[in-house]
Design a protein around this ligand. Structure first.
Ligand code: NAD
Length: 496
C-alpha cells in the first residue's frame, strides 16, 4: 500500500485537501507509505455518514444472527489475508514477525468470538422476578447507543481496531474510528475486509490523524459515545471533553503492572515470563509487567538466571522470524524511553542490564533500545510512570503483604501477575491486587470472551466479552401494564 487513504461512507478515497504525512518503518527509517490526513470537511462527512447509517432501517433492524455472520466473515477474511496484514504491521509499526503474526491471529479470533457472543446475547428479555401478573410485565431491552467516535493508539494497530469495531458490528452502533497517525495501515486494510464482508456503507468509517482530528470527533455534537485507548494523560482530556455533553465514554489507559514472583515459583519459567512480560513488543504493551517484585529468599538465584537470559534475547531485523525484540515505534518514543533511562540512572538506581541504544548488527538506523533492567524503589520515577519501552524496575520484597502493598502502590490498575506453585497462595494475592486482569502463572494472554479494562487511572469501562458489548448499549426498561381497570390503577387517586 503506497498511500493510506480514508474510508468514508463505504468508499476508500483520498483526503479532500490532499494533505499527507510520511509513515516510517521504525526498524530502518525507510518510508513505508504516504498517509492522507482528513480535513474538517472529511471528518464531518465521516460523522454524517455514520449518523445516516445509524438511522437506516437496514442497519438498525438487522437481526443479531446476521450481525454474527458478518463478524464471522470478517474473521475469515482477516485469516485469508493474514500474510498481507503481517507484512504491513511489521513495516508500519515495527512489530517483529512473531508479534505481528500473533496480533493478526488474535484479531481474527476476536471477531470470531465476538460473532459467538453476538449470536447468544439477549438483546431483549422479560424479567420474571420483576414481572407481576395483574400489575406489570417488565422487559429489559438493550439498544445501540448511537454514533461513536473511537480513537486508538499505535502499539497494536489491527488488534486495537478490532476491539473497537467488533462491538459496533455486534450492537448496531456506527462509528468513525481514528487510527494513530504513526500506524494507520492495517486499519485501512481492515476497511477493505469490512467492504468484502458486506458491512453496509457508513456503519464503519476509518480515518487517521492526531490530536486535532481526535478532538474534532470527541467534541462533535452527533457523537453519542467516545471509546478511547491511549495514555492516561490524553484519556483525562477526553473525559473532560466528553463531559460537556455528558457523552458515554469508555477509556482504556496506561499501566504500570506488577509481576510478583513468590519464593516457591518455578524459577526457569518465571524468569523467561518476566522477560516476556516487559519485553513483548519492546515494552509497548499497556499490560507490560514493568514492576518486577521478587521475594527475598529466591532473589539472588532469580537475578543470576535473569541476567543470563536477558543477554540472550535476540534483537534483530523485524522481518526475521528469529527476532525476539524489535525497535520502538518512532524517534519520539525512542527519545521518551531514553529520557526515562537517563533519569533513572541520575536518580542513582542500580543498572542491571542494557540502558542504551542498540547499535550493533546493522540496527543503528532503527529505534532499537537494549533490554534494560534497574533495581528500583518507590522513590524512583519509573516506579510510578509508564515508559512504554523495554525497561523494567526490579524490587525485592519480604512478605506476601509487602508484595500486595507494593503492587497496589500505583495510580494504575490495568493488570498484574503472581507466580507460585501453590495455587491458594497465589490466588490470595491475586484477589488483593487492584487491577482489571490478574494472571496466575501466566502473562499478557487475553481471552476475548472475558472483560478487559482498568481499575483506578487505567481506565473506565471494559472491552471484550459480554461487558464489551454492553458498553455500546443503552438499556431500556419496557413496562407493559397488566392492570387495565380504573379501580385497579388506584395510584391515579393520588391526584384525584
Ligand atoms: P496517546 O494517548 O498519545 O494517543 C492515543 C490516540 O489518541 C492517538 O490516536 C492520538 O492521535 C489520539 N489523541 C492524542 N491527543 C488527542 C486529543 N487531545 N483528543 C483526541 N485524540 C487524541 O497514546 P499513544 O502514545 O498512541 O499510545 C500509548 C498509550 O496507550 C499508553 O499509555 C498505553 O498504555 C495505552 N494503551 C492502553 C491500552 C489499554 O487497553 N488499556 C491498550 C493499548 C495502549
Amino acid at each position: 500500500m503506497d498511500e493510506v487513504k480514508l474510508y468514508i461512507n463505504g468508499e476508500i478515497r483520498p483526503s479532500s485537501t490532499g494533505e499527507m504525512v510520511d509513515s516510517i518503518d521504525p526498524s530502518n527509517g525507510e518510508l513505508v507509505s504516504k498517509v492522507h490526513i482528513p480535513s474538517t470537511q472529511d471528518l464531518e462527512e465521516a460523522v454524517q455518514s455514520a449518523k445516516t447509517a445509524f438511522y437506516s432501517k437496514e442497519w438498525r433492524d438487522m437481526d443479531q444472527v446476521k450481525r454474527s455472520e458478518i463478524l464471522l466473515k470478517v474473521s475469515e477474511l482477516i485469516k485469508e489475508r493474514k500474510r498481507d496484514f503481517i507484512a504491513a504491521e511489521i513495516k508500519d509499526s515495527g512489530s517483529t514477525f512473531r508479534k505481528a503474526a500473533a496480533d493478526i491471529h488474535n484479531s481474527a479470533s476476536f471477531f470470531k468470538i465476538m460473532s459467538k457472543v453476538t449470536a447468544g446475547f439477549k438483546f431483549e428479555e422479560v424479567d420474571e422476578k420483576a414481572t407481576r401478573a395483574g400489575f406489570s410485565k417488565n422487559t429489559r431491552r438493550f439498544e445501540p447507543i448511537g454514533v461513536c467516535a473511537q480513537i486508538i493508539p499505535w502499539n497494536l494497530p489491527l488488534q486495537m481496531a478490532a476491539w473497537k469495531i467488533g462491538p459496533i458490528l455486534a450492537t448496531g452502533c456506527t462509528t468513525v474510528l481514528k487510527s494513530a497517525v504513526e500506524t494507520p495501515m492495517t486499519a485501512m486494510m481492515l476497511a477493505e475486509v469490512l467492504i468484502d464482508a458486506g458491512v453496509p456503507k457508513g456503519v464503519v468509517n476509518i480515518v487517521t490523524g492526531g490530536a486535532k482530528e481526535g478532538a474534532f470527533l470527541v467534541n462533535h455534537k452527533d457523537i453519542s459515545k467516545v471509546a478511547f485507548t491511549g495514555s492516561t494523560e490524553i484519556g483525562r482530556e477526553i473525559l473532560k471533553q466528553a463531559a460537556n455533553e455528558v457523552k458515554n465514554a469508555t477509556l482504556e489507559l496506561g499501566g504500570k503492572s506488577p509481576n510478583i514472583i513468590l519464593d516457591d515459583a518455578d524459577l526457569d519459567i518465571a524468569v523467561d515470563a518476566a522477560l516476556y512480560a516487559f519485553l513483548y513488543h519492546s515494552g509497548q504493551a499497556c499490560t507490560s509487567g514493568t514492576r518486577l517484585l521478587v521475594q527475598e529468599g529466591i532473589y539472588d538465584e532469580f537475578m543470576t538466571k535473569f541476567k543470563e537470559r536477558i543477554a540472550q534475547v535476540p534483537l534483530g531485523p523485524t522481518q526475521e522470524k528469529t527476532t525476539g525484540l524489535g525497535p520502538v515505534v518512532s524517534k519520539k518514543q525512542f527519545d521518551n524511553v531514553m529520557n526515562y533511562i537517563n533519569k533513572t540512572k541520575e536518580e542513582g538506581a542500580k543498572l542491571i542490564y542494557g540502558g542504551e541504544q542498540e547499535l550493533e548488527n546493522g540496527l543503528d538506523k532503527g529505534f532499537y533500545i537494549k533490554p534494560t533492567a534497574f533495581e528500583i524503589t518507590p522513590d524512583n520515577t519509573i516506579w510510578h510512570e509508564e515508559i512504554f519501552g523495554p525497561v523494567v524496575g526490579i524490587t525485592k520484597f519480604k512478605t506476601e503483604d509487602d508484595a500486595i502493598n507494593m503492587a497496589n502502590n500505583s495510580i494504575y490498575g490495568l493488570a498484574g501477575a503472581v507466580w507460585s506453585k501453590n495455587e491458594d497462595r497465589a490466588l490470595k494475592i491475586a484477589k488483593e491486587i487492584e487491577a482489571g486482569t490478574v494472571w496466575i502463572n501466566e502473562y499478557h494472554l487475553l481471552n476475548p470472551g472475558m472483560p478487559f479494562g482498568g481499575y483506578k487511572q487505567s481506565g473506565i469501562g471494559r472491552e471484550m466479552g459480554e461487558e464489551g458489548i454492553k458498553a455500546y448499549l443503552e438499556v431500556k426498561h419496557l413496562w407493559e401494564s397488566d392492570c387495565n381497570t380504573r379501580e385497579g390503577k388506584m395510584w391515579l387517586d393520588a391526584i384525584f
